[in-house]
Design a protein around this ligand. Sequence first.
Ligand SMILES: [Zn+2]
Ligand SMILES: [Zn+2]
Length: 386
Amino acid sequence: MIDITERAASIEGDVIAWRRRFHSNPELSRRETATGEAVRAELLKRGIISERIRGSESFFALLKGAKPGPAKILRADMDALPITESGEREYKSRRDGVMHACGHDAHTAMLMGAAAVLSECRDELRGTAVFCFQSAEEVNEGAAELINVLKERDLDIALAAGLHIWSQIPAGEIKILEGLAMAGLYAFRITLTGSGGHGSRPDRSIDPIKPLCELALKLSALPASLISPLETAVVHICHIEGGTAPNVFPDSAYLEGGIRFYRPEHREVLLDAIHKAARALSDQWGLKVKIEDLAALHPVNNDKGAVSLARDAAARVPGLELSASSAPLLASDNMSLFLEKYPGVYAFLGCGNADKGITAEHHNSWFDIDESVMRLGVEYLCRLAI
Ligand SMILES: [Zn+2]
Ligand SMILES: [Zn+2]
């Protein structure tokens, strides 16, 4: 019998080194070329052959165990975000404006670690481990093509599992929620078009900037008026753009944002109100309005049976405790596509550590993780797969 705890501990140095390499050389969504190449080379060293998906940076690899059993998907995402990293760390991003601020570098490294350990445990592995390395999660892409290609294979997939690092959960804890685990997302862009002109004569222009600012404030406040205070939904505006100079009214300007919701009816109510608010403002100011869908994801729902397997796996990892918190996350993730297709579980591995000053939120320029938890993540993934 291979001692998985010991094997996961012995590969910890490699896992940390891989994570730091990815952290220093982050790649944006759909452009994870060097990251993918590095992963595939490491897998190949262990006799694991990857399969590329045409037209995508997503890829997967199969590891067949000696014992009969179903296939189990282990999924990690690989992309970074358009953020300039703050702080001075030896592994700080070397690319201005690109940063692993969500921990996908750690996800990739942990899955590589799990693949390496499991490649030594083929005799004990029941069925097939399917390692999925997903591109472009941050732009809500990269999952569908993996699911489509796997569907065509003769694989009896019984489980899809993902593990997201989470900085607002203390290191040493893992959150595995039954049912609702993360919010759904509807992302949108609203463009207001008027007619530009000289900054000194707003009366002779139809300026889209002021109404757009008003709209951003109005939309952000919608949940307070429309959603029960006992429930949760968010409208966030995170990108606003328009204009080229301090003295030129532009013809048009736009904002981008999203709705986060746990219940589909909340999305409907908020979406309707967003349309109404945008139309009312543009009518008032004589602007044209264009509303575009950017993305739509259902909430992440964990399967009861998969949760029970995951909690069993976590219980066998020394140093890992189940989180006592039962609150789902308000972030979204297209792991939901896997969980709509297969029974599965998306768990959150705590990586926050106030003593080490690791407290920054995800998508913040100071984001970091307590790297000591990656060993726990590797072991959890192995125990879930085996
Ligand atoms: Zn993210
Ligand atoms: Zn993420």
